[in-house]
Design a binder for this molecule. Sequence first.
Ligand code: CTP
Length: 399
Amino acid sequence: MLNNKKILLGITGGIAAYKCAHLVRLLVKKGAEVKVVMTPSAVQFVTPETLAVLSKNEVVSEFFDTNLNWNNHVHLAEWADLFVVAPATANTLAKFATGVCDNIVNACYLSARSKVFIAPAMDLDMYQHPSTKQNLKILEGFGNIIIPAESGELASGLIGEGRMAEPENIVNFIEKYFSAGLPFSGKKILVNAGPTYEAIDPVRFIGNRSSGKTGVALADEFCDQGAEVTLVLGPSVFKPKNTNVKLISVESAEEMFNACVEVFKKSDIAVLSAAVADYKPKEVSTSKIKKSDGPVNLELTKTNDILAELGKLKAKQILVGFALETENAIEYAKEKVKNKNLDLIVVNTTSEKNPAFGSDFNTISIIDKHNKLVNFEFKSKTEIAKDIVSAIKAYADKK
Ligand code: CTP
């Protein structure tokens, strides 16, 4: 969500400035490009060098640098997709409210074309003071967004409201701002992916060739489009790139079943792309089974069908299944839509020409519960994930 977003961070002179090193780090980790401007007094609380290293950009705290080159606040303010001022002292709030322009942060504020987020931080009585309250109201009236101060122990030793919002909470505010208006904003989505491993003994298992690539790409795509995504992932080397995807790692079909049933209750949409084992060994040996001369008989028992269970539990959710077939793909898939109470099914076929498992490419078709069929071309699994997400969006919009 914050990938490639340009964030200008204005730091003013309060003790909470030290937390900005962590804030910059969090934003950069989320893929944002961060530039920092500081007031001269902020420099006494956290060094520009620290912030320059963390942001990978030059930090500006004066109108002119040491070689008397002018630091262009207008360009900085124009560059930003968002200007975040944290911590914002009582002094800065008053200056913003009245248009005083005596340092580079104030100049950026007055030049900003983007939204401005302001995270005030000050001591208890200062935060409660009618002047501060009025300045915050004025600033809100100008269209700025205030990230309220939090309660806790303050630098003076007093306890109460006035602490700068924690960096994680500031990042949440920013992410919510950027996700508003995205296609899946506000939607909770469950995705499962990967194979499952069914233990035979402590060293052996029954598994399958699923890589989990499509499901992981789906989780990333939904998240990039504003959804709150939980990915229940079997043993796979692939992991989501989007750090907002909530990852639950599981190994067996039973673990996957339990996690999915739990998450499904609070989901709006569930997409079950995992290649769940249909059978598991009836008994799991607690010690390694030793080799013997004769053949070994492994008794298998059925696992729970996660998709079928979610179909039974379904209330208002949109439920999407996958079908992997080698023959009569469309007919079998249509049966699965009915039998498992699905809204949509994504059909893959596996053959020598289109191996599906392990490959970076695939060919799919999508069938909805009214038997409407759409065939897609052979493409990369990342592009396939985008097609599936668009098809689900189109279905949800019509529902
Ligand atoms: N599935 C599941 N739990 C299982 C087995 C399958 O949730 N124990 C889900 C898969 O995630 C997929 C769908 O069911 O979304 C269809 O899987 P597939 O293997 O194609 O079909 P099955 O229902 O297992 O039937 P068959 O293997 O006989 O085709």
